[in-house]
Design a protein around this ligand. Structure first.
Ligand SMILES: [Zn+2]
Ligand SMILES: [Zn+2]
Length: 212
């Protein structure tokens, strides 16, 4: 497999960082490595665990070395970016349905809540489910555009994570497809129900995991 990047000439590091940042894990992401940009093998990487983007390295962008992340993650990155696909047969970008707002944040992307004082946010008192918060560990939760917390149900996308669209008979989350659609000149190559779809765009490439 040969991936040919479109030569964009002099790249603006600020625009490049902005592009990469939108694919990083948000403040709720449990993986420390996914909340930062990564560098290695001649590329810059960003990932939230479902989607990973890589572009040719740029020295003006701060990033953590790939050798600093867990070795299995590094190995998976290498493996996924060498998945074979047929570059002569891109799938057209599907028409995406209207956004279904996230049922938890109602599309506002953020939440306001207080940590339950009875269970200190644990959701349990002793071995029993906390009766005050019913196991949620939170009280007075409500959607709020400027809430203290990024919605952890939709990861701040504001779109119902269950909504999906099929490409070549394989389904992908609409919230990620919408993000990918913004990449210039994007071409889609689904590789199977258990392996990521390869998405080439001007200046880089993306991998998107299918939904189960
Ligand atoms: Zn939400
Ligand atoms: Zn509680």
């Amino acid at each position: 497999m040969t991936v040919r990047f479109v030569d964009l000439g002099e790249r603006d590091p600020q625009a490049l960082k902005k592009l990469l940042d939108q694919f990083c894990g948000g403040e709720n992401c449990g993986f420390a490595w996914a909340r930062r940009l990564l560098r290695g093998d001649g590329y810059l990487y960003a990932s939230n665990g479902h989607i990973v983007v890589r572009v040719p390295d740029h020295p003006a962008i701060l990033a953590e070395e790939l050798t600093e992340i867990p070795p299995n993650i590094h190995a998976n990155l290498k493996r996924y970016f060498s998945i074979p696909y047929d570059p002569s047969c891109p799938f057209p970008f599907p028409k995406l349905p209207k956004i279904q707002p996230c049922p938890v944040c109602k599309g506002m992307k953020r939440l306001q809540y207080e940590v339950c004082p009875d269970c200190d946010g644990e959701g349990e008192c002793g071995d029993e489910e906390c009766t005050r918060c019913k196991g949620w560990g939170r009280i007075n939760q409500r959607p709020a555009k400027v809430g203290d917390h990024l919605c952890d149900y939709c990861d701040g996308y504001g779109e119902d994570p269950a909504c999906k669209t099929a490409i070549g008979g394989i389904t992908y989350a609409n919230r990620y497809l919408r993000l990918i659609k913004k990449s210039p000149g994007v071409k889609l190559f689904p590789t199977g129900p258990e392996t990521p779809m390869v998405c080439l765009f001007e200046g880089g490439e993306l991998l998107l995991m299918p939904m189960r």
